[in-house]
Write a protein that binds this ligand. Structure first.
Ligand SMILES: [Zn+2]
Length: 375
């Protein structure tokens, strides 16, 4: 589907995701010069649509997917040799890997995985090699935001030399990044209207460390990174993030596995978006996010694959399948996780729906998910 063309896609079903009219049966999508110009029911558009009609048959057409959390600079790694017994196991394994060894070929292969499932945009966390990842995504023609990640207690590294439109700041986590760096990163993003991302409430060790400074994970962190005078705030991860002023409608809280009812109320009250990564959580062995409770409370949720060091591939549809295994979803909820919610939270304003002006970037719902959601 190249530019300068005008054509009509006809399809059994299209998720146009227009508020109040999300899913259209027997649909048509009119494309001109690489942009959607109209989308709706075939019966309404057939009289006026371009004559070049491409029938996609019995499929469900979606706007290009938005993967809300990746680490493409870890694309040279693979999964750990066995399912891990928790975050501490996994991070011990991870830090023994050649973390700085990414190469352009590994990033290009990862970008190909994103394209193969219809990914239009990715929010990528970069600690070491933001330029390499940005180049790989540019070459693949994938829209992206690079979240340059603040990490540690030793002051902030200089900003990377990448397109400032693409750059935002993230915090790694509440235990691994100083409160000053986290606040400064959030303030930097806020001043520029950018989203902020942080791994939040991912694992029990995090909860224990912040509640009381105790546990095997806290001991591990004390040996490596925590300052000698670290004092546990005595709060849950969500409550501590809130006390630091990190949570608002431009915040992406990644994981949210270990959240209580009152934590969910805080997330809802602040308007933060949760990025669920169910396969990463399963492989690392940290538990399952209370996704149904988050959605029922009205917390906007989206999906991310996380890195190839904790997910077998970068296919967001597989992430949705993993979520459906423990969290029933309506078709509208499921399709919102893949596009509209992350597009809004991350500022990809032209993505996430099939509306006039949207890029002609599409994904096709796999048949197993189609059966799970619509049959
Ligand atoms: Zn991550």
């Amino acid at each position: 589907m190249t530019n300068d063309e005008t054509y009509t896609l006809r399809v059994r079903r299209a998720a146009i995701m227009f508020p109040g009219r999300e899913i259209v049966e027997d649909a048509a999508v009119v494309v001109h010069d690489g942009l959607v110009v109209q989308a709706g029911a075939w019966s309404d558009l057939k009289a006026s649509c371009p004559a070049d009609v491409r029938d996609l048959g019995e499929t469900t057409l979606l706007p290009g997917l938005v993967n809300a959390h990746g680490h493409l600079e870890l694309s040279h790694l693979g999964l750990p040799p066995a399912r891990m017994g928790g975050y501490l196991d996994w991070v011990r394994w991870l830090v023994a890997q050649p973390l700085g060894g990414t190469n352009p070929e590994a990033v290009a292969r990862a970008a190909m995985q994103l394209l193969e499932c219809g990914t239009a945009a990715v929010a990528d966390i970069a600690t070491r090699l933001p330029r390499l990842v940005a180049q790989g995504l540019d070459e693949a023609g994938i829209d992206y935001a690079i979240f340059f990640e603040r990490f540690g207690y030793q002051g902030d590294a200089p900003l990377p030399d990448i397109d400032s439109e693409r750059l935002a700041l993230a915090g790694h986590a509440l235990y691994s990044t100083s409160p000053e760096s986290l606040r400064a990163a959030k303030a930097w993003d806020t001043a520029r209207g950018k989203p902020f991302s942080i791994h939040l409430a991912e694992h029990e060790g995090e909860t224990e460390l912040l509640a009381a400074g105790t546990g095997a994970f806290a001991d591990f962190m004390r040996e490596r990174i925590l300052p000698k005078d670290f004092i546990a705030p005595g709060l849950s991860p969500v409550a501590w993030a809130d006390a630091l002023g990190l949570l608002d409608s431009r915040t992406l809280a990644v994981h949210a596995v270990h959240v209580s009812k009152s934590d969910i109320e805080i997330l809802k009250g602040r308007g933060a978006t949760v990025c669920l990564c169910p396969r990463s959580n399963e492989i690392i062995g940290v538990g399952r996010a209370p996704a149904r409770a988050l959605l029922d409370a009205g917390v906007p949720c989206c999906l991310g694959t996380d890195s190839l060091a904790s997910a077998p591939d970068l296919n967001l549809f597989e992430e949705l399948s993993a979520l459906l295994a423990f969290c029933p979803l309506s078709p509208h909820e499921a399709l919102s996780l893949l596009g509209p919610v992350p597009a809004r939270a991350l500022g990809f304003h032209r993505l996430g729906r099939l509306a006039p002006g949207s890029p002609a970037r599409f994904a096709v719902l796999p048949t197993d998910l189609e059966a799970a959601l619509f049959d």
